[in-house]
Design a protein around this ligand. Structure first.
Ligand code: URA
Length: 240
């Protein structure tokens, strides 16, 4: 929530003092109703503010957030089933951000959220797509033959996957831990690749997105990107 005069000033309409006069003069409406109280608060993401019946939109500052998405949280901004959404985890973020790409309901790890539409578009576009690295625990003992198939590219129902970097990190009775780096972002790609070689995924976590690393960010926690990280991301999709 934000004071109306501050919202008007931030949107570049006038100084905060002048905005108070506009409010007193009855020239400002919130959701169609004239508001004359100086202390009134609005929700810049939901309320419609007009000055002399012209809509005023906030000049939002660009924000870039890295979230460690927990499993059982959805990436979509709306869910008819009422499940927890990634944006529900961003307490204290005022800007209306949206996820860049998606992670499945059960997948955890690095998810980027921003209100920079141009950067988000480029990062999701096939010609700029950045490498993503996942840690997958899969069923069974993955042998050289399956590793070779995963590395070489696999035919999925919507076409072939590009060659992937695949390392076997560990294994036990009935499971193998793999590090998989892919370049494109087909729907449920890692799960479908592993399934196609007979080793269904038991758990999946994204630990790298282009130049960004999840590091020790706790599950469910988020942080703003550092300036150097943002520059690296912009460079990765030739944005500067
Ligand atoms: N690959 C998958 O299978 N799921 C994800 O969430 C991301 C990549």
């Amino acid at each position: 929530m934000e004071r109306l005069q501050k919202f008007l000033a931030k949107a570049g309409v006038s100084s905060r003092r002048q905005a108070e006069n506009l409010i007193r003069d009855g020239r400002v409406k919130v959701n169609g109703r004239v508001v004359r109280e100086i202390g009134s608060k609005i929700d810049p993401r939901r309320d419609k503010v007009t000055l002399d019946n012209w809509e005023i939109t906030a000049a939002e500052k660009k924000v870039y957030i890295m979230l460690n998405k927990p499993p059982r949280v959805i990436t979509s901004l709306r869910d008819p089933a009422g499940r927890l959404k990634v944006t529900d985890l961003l307490k204290g973020v005022e800007e209306r951000v949206y996820p860049v790409g998606r992670l499945d309901y059960l997948t955890e790890g690095l998810l980027l959220l921003t209100n920079d539409g141009e950067l988000a578009y480029r990062l999701s576009h096939p010609s700029y797509e950045v490498d993503k690295t996942y840690i997958a625990v899969v069923r069974g003992n993955v042998g050289e033959k399956a590793l070779g198939k995963l590395r070489g590219g696999i035919w999925l129902e919507d076409g072939p996957t590009r060659p992937a970097l695949v390392k076997r990190l560990a294994g036990g009775k009935g499971w193998t831990k793999l590090e998989i780096t892919i370049h494109e972002g087909k729907n449920r790609q890692v799960r479908r690749m592993c399934e196609a070689v007979g080793h269904p995924v038991l758990s999946l976590k994204r630990v790298r997105y282009g130049p960004l690393y999840l590091g020790d960010l706790a599950s469910g926690a988020y942080r703003h990107l550092k300036p150097g990280e943002l520059r690296a991301l912009q460079t990765a999709c030739r944005f500067n």
